[in-house]
Design a binder for this molecule. Structure first.
Ligand SMILES: [Zn+2]
Length: 191
């Protein structure tokens, strides 16, 4: 694996408007102001996923709710109120199924993001953002070439990394100029 050192942002000129003062995309995404403006999100490397810890938390929350259903059903048995028993049992089953679906979905999302991360990182890490004309590019045209809007850039990174389904609906209308990626041969075959 060869990772060429990206040129420092100060030495990079925007190929779109010729302005200096472009910023490396990872730097923009780490910037709190950019987070507030939504720019960091528009240039995000990967979809946001619930952490393993959050997953456990959601599981525990679900189980507490299931416990409430079970308690209700039990109180129905004790006080001979079949409606409580049926309602409580139904609630417990629904919450159990719902919790499993949610937690498994989060696990799948985490696995998907992890699997695509090296590819996403390769395309994202060497990109620059020009605040002057709001475009994204790579110095020297590698690993991808051309001048993209933040939306096109996100679509490129997420599609290449296998996160295309995670893109919001508005990205359906975002088209990438042909010949943007010049990835290593075969890198697109496994998609
Ligand atoms: Zn520019």
């Amino acid at each position: 694996m060869t990772t060429e050192r990206a040129p420092r942002a100060a030495e990079v000129i925007c190929p779109g408007c010729g302005a200096a003062g472009v910023r490396a995309v990872p730097e923009v995404c780490a910037d709190r102001t950019a987070m507030r403006d939504g720019l960091a999100d528009r240039l995000a490397r990967t979809p946001e996923v619930a952490s393993r810890f959050d997953g456990w938390l959601h599981f525990l929350e679900g189980m507490v709710m299931v416990g409430v259903g079970v308690a209700l059903a039990y109180s129905g048995v004790e006080s001979r109120k079949p409606l409580y028993t049926i309602g409580g049992s139904l609630l417990a089953v629904l919450l159990l199924v719902g919790t499993i679906v949610v937690v498994r979905g989060e696990g799948r999302d985490r696995a998907l993001v992890t699997a695509g991360e090296p590819r996403a990182d390769a395309l994202w890490r060497s990109a620059y953002y020009c605040p002057g004309c709001a475009s994204v590019f790579c110095a020297g045209g590698t690993p991808w070439q051309g001048l993209l809007t933040p939306e096109q850039f996100k679509k490129l990174v997420w599609t290449e990394a296998g996160y295309a389904k995670q893109l919001e609906e508005r990205f359906e209308d975002v088209d990438l100029p042909p010949g943007t990626t010049t990835g290593p041969p075969g890198s697109r075959d496994h998609a």
